[in-house]
Design a protein around this ligand. Structure first.
Ligand code: HEM
Length: 413
């Protein structure tokens, strides 16, 4: 029987056990970079490549409403989040996030985060051992909360950082990590919704033009203000992914440890190299495995079909490691981005296509800006890397160096 027509077995369980390798392993057998499978009881088609990115982001092909499984909404994104909207509703809500692409805002956030980093480094130098993944989470939480206009007394950076990290860490795994993520989300949604109500009632003043103020007064339409819970979900959709940059900070430390030659160019303040390093960290290390949407009309891609109601998957991790696109995908080589900046639909760790019209991450410039600044600070920091488990297990989603990257003997530059 033709491979494109054969009945399919559901692959949800193998996905949970194989992690990042699940889709790329199946893609390897397909010259056309397309795989038919079954997920969550539905037929699915997985695609890869810049043309496939445009196919995936075409709203006539794929909708997001009803596509994200409830366990992911209840941990990672929140119910009613921008990630789940389509068409005009999506565009109206996305207005809230598009100013995050503005270079001045990116620079403002970077300043707050680097100030928090510099304060923290003094404290680290007095300690025996520091786990960079955990500490980066606290630094990013302090920086993003100050920048977003949250009142200082409303923020306990350590516990908020723990909850925001837990929401990301537990979205894709059954068991205790998932329960922690659910509890973290309900705690922080309730707290943040109270803060939104306080801003609306005037009990708390949000700085003009701050993210807090904009979220509190956002309306999807003149007669459609957001209820406080949805506003809380969207404020957390700025705080949580900013704090998730901790994953890339731990990966940057890992890269500097494995390939210490990069340290010199970062230390020297070579801006173009810092940008290239940030892109290579986002390309090389695993974070989002793939993206999915609900197919709204029968679709065929390179001879393989999926019916309306099925799932279309974009193989993010696979595309970022595709030999045809990168040549030497498993070599960590920031220089590849010095020769040529990444094409819009080639490098897709934060989604593809245009963030203004589709679901691509509006925080991509923030992520790159933060990584550029923090990679330079990491390169200039003096520390020792003690013996520890630095393996990055590909079965775990999201993964990170097992030890969180511990350092000792920190000395501020
Ligand atoms: C660790 C760094 C980050 C990674 C790996 C990441 C990754 C992603 C990915 C894969 C998507 C989905 C794209 C799609 O569905 O097509 C996304 C969407 C989104 N991201 Fe990020 N992101 C990061 C940082 C940020 C930051 C810093 C912010 C905001 C400050 C942010 C806010 C959002 C929002 C609001 C969406 C939903 C966009 C929409 O549905 O239209 N992200 N991100």
């Amino acid at each position: 029987m033709d491979a494109h027509r054969r009945p399919l077995t559901d692959r949800t369980l193998p996905l949970l056990t194989e992690g990042y390798a699940w889709l790329p392993d199946r893609m390897r057998d397909s010259a056309d970079r397309v795989v038919r499978t079954r997920l969550l009881g539905r037929p699915a088609l997985a695609v890869r490549g810049p043309d496939a990115v445009r196919f995936f982001y075409d709203e006539a092909h794929v909708h997001r409403h009803g596509a994200v499984p409830a366990p992911v909404l209840d941990t990672l994104f929140g119910q009613g989040a921008v990630h789940t909207l389509d068409g005009d509703a999506h565009r109206a809500r996305k207005e809230l996030f598009l100013p995050l692409l503005d270079p001045e805002r990116v620079a403002g956030l970077t300043e707050h985060v680097t100030a928090a980093w510099d304060e923290a480094v003094h404290d680290w130098s007095g300690r025996d051992r520091v786990v960079l993944f955990d500490e980066a989470g606290v630094v990013l939480t302090r920086g993003v909360c100050r920048w977003a206009g949250l009142p200082g007394e409303a923020v306990d950076a350590e516990s908020l950082a723990r909850d925001l990290i837990a929401m990301v860490d537990g979205f894709a795994s059954p068991g205790p990590r998932h329960l922690r993520a659910r509890r973290a989300r309900s705690r922080q949604e309730a707290r943040t919704a109270r803060l939104i109500e306080d801003v609306r009632s005037g009990a708390v003043t949000a700085p003009d033009g701050s993210v807090l103020e904009r979220v509190a007064r956002h309306r999807d339409a003149p007669d459609r203000p957001l209820d406080a819970r949805t506003a809380a979900v969207e404020l957390l959709n700025v705080l949580r992914p900013t704090v998730a940059v901790s994953w890339f900070v731990a990966f940057s430390a890992h890269a500097l440890h494995r390939w210490p030659a990069h340290r010199e160019r970062l230390r020297a303040g070579d801006d173009a190299f810092a940008t290239a390093f940030a892109h290579e960290v986002r390309r090389f290390y695993p974070f989002a495995p793939f993206l999915g949407g609900r197919v709204v009309t029968d679709l065929t891609w390179r001879g393989a079909s999926v019916p309306a109601g099925g799932i279309l998957l974009l193989d993010v991790y696979g595309q970022n490691h595709d030999e045809d696109l990168w040549g030497d995908p498993y070599t960590f080589r920031p220089e590849r981005f010095l020769d040529r900046p990444p094409g819009r639909d080639e490098l897709i760790p934060q989604g593809g296509a245009d963030p203004a019209t589709g679901h691509r991450c509006p925080g991509e410039r923030i992520t790159v800006g933060l990584l550029e600044a923090l990679a330079v600070r990491l390169a200039r920091l003096e520390y020792t890397v003690p013996v520890q488990d630095l393996r990055i297990p590909l079965r775990r989603i999201p993964t990170r160096p097992r030890s969180g990257f511990a350092v000792t003997g920190v000395r501020a530059p």
